[in-house]
Design a protein. Structure first.
Length: 382
């Protein structure tokens, strides 16, 4: 056994890491695939180690948050019942019914984008589309768009700071928004997704308000954070790769596969947290029980031992190797909706604009942790 288990291998918050996370994680993957940072947290960088941890939910627990987290912060057997409940909101029948609404949102968002001048993708397309989809899916008024986007930015800042008071204040602010929506539906006269959640039961009992809020928080962070980042990453990639753009115009049926591959190259999610329930040994490093572990998706999905050149765009890869949506019992329940959003947005965008080209002034700016993708990126639509 190595005696390096307690050594500090890297500074996860160093300026050069935060300035270009993907490049930093690429370096760590070969230099130190199992790394301990200055806070005592561990990070796993290789595809094999991340997949193994995802599948070993006995040794790598999802119960890491002090707040109620449903179902992503649960382990079996508690996780099983809640996951079955959540999966019921992403069935093919529900998504078929939602697709016309989704397509209408995409058309209205795209038609509102200026042509022939620089457009900041996040603020003018990705974020407005994501928040409109979230509000429509949940049955909320579009008046919630601005408060929720403001909350999302505060949430990202709080996660970066790791200030407990700031994190608690952000959680309370979200609870206030959602509990107001629950109160609006307390008379039982509404039948949208929010109202349906209020009527759900798990293991023979009704959900608590805290559990409902936790489910909705998970969905909202996914849409406003990960999905809006994904839209910007995809559009920026297409702007720099006109051949891929033209191929998708000719073959729109490739939209989902292309989105998966683009988001493998430039991940929209940095990492997921786990907690070890026992001592775990990886690469001669002993990770003690009760350690915090980051499964670094932004590295694992670019592992050369699996994908060769991680920056090469290919549609003939083995789909199961791409862990964009996870692996095992915690595979992202919202993956079917996410892929439908990518499909619809790309179909409508490429049908409505003849070209997407990059804009170098102002220069693109990479997002910093816990964000991923871009904090600012301009393109031009024609």
């Amino acid at each position: 056994m190595s005696d390096l288990s307690d050594s500090v291998d890297w500074d996860a918050r160093a300026d050069d890491v935060l300035a270009d996370q993907i490049s930093a994680y690429d370096r760590m993957r070969s230099r130190c695939p199992v790394a301990r940072d200055e806070s005592g947290h561990w990070s796993l960088f290789t595809h094999g180690d991340v997949v193994s941890a995802l599948k070993d939910h006995d040794a790598f627990s999802n119960a890491v948050s002090v707040h109620v987290a449903v179902p992503n912060g649960m382990d079996p057997p508690e996780h099983t019942s809640f996951r079955e409940l959540v999966d019921g909101y992403y069935t093919p029948e529900r998504l078929t019914d939602f697709e016309p609404v989704l397509r209408d949102i995409a058309i209205r968002t795209i038609d509102g984008i200026p042509r022939g001048e620089p457009v900041e993708v996040l603020s003018m397309l990705a974020e407005p589309f994501a928040i409109a989809v979230q509000n429509a899916f949940m049955g909320w008024s579009q008046d919630l768009a601005e408060p929720l986007m403001s909350w999302n930015k505060k949430n990202q800042a709080a996660v970066l700071s790791q200030d407990r008071d700031q994190l608690s204040a952000v959680a309370m602010e979200f609870d206030t928004h959602i509990r107001a929506q629950l109160a609006l539906r307390s008379d039982g006269q509404t039948d949208d997704v929010t109202a349906q959640l209020m009527r759900e039961k798990v293991d023979g009992r009704s959900l608590t308000d805290d559990e409902i809020v936790a489910i909705i928080r998970n969905w909202t962070v996914g849409e406003l954070g990960t999905m809006s980042a994904s839209f910007a990453i995809i559009i920026e990639f297409l702007a720099r790769n006109s051949a891929v753009q033209d191929r998708l115009r000719t073959h729109p049926e490739l939209a989902v596969a292309a989105s998966d591959e683009i988001l493998r190259i430039h991940p929209p999610l940095i990492a997921n947290r786990r907690r070890t329930t026992r001592d775990v040994t990886l690469h001669d490093r002993e990770i003690p029980a009760e350690s915090r572990v980051n499964l670094v998706w932004a590295s694992a999905n670019r592992d050369e031992s699996v994908f060769g050149d991680p920056d090469e765009f290919r549609l003939d890869r083995e789909p199961d190797q791409n862990i964009l949506y996870g692996v095992g019992i915690h595979y992202c329940p919202g993956a079917p909706l996410a892929r439908l959003e990518f499909k619809v947005l790309l179909e409508e965008l490429l049908a409505r604009v003849s070209s997407i080209t990059p804009v170098s002034n102002p220069a693109p700016q990479l997002a910093i942790f816990p964000g991923a993708g871009w904090s600012q990126v301009h393109v031009q639509f024609e």
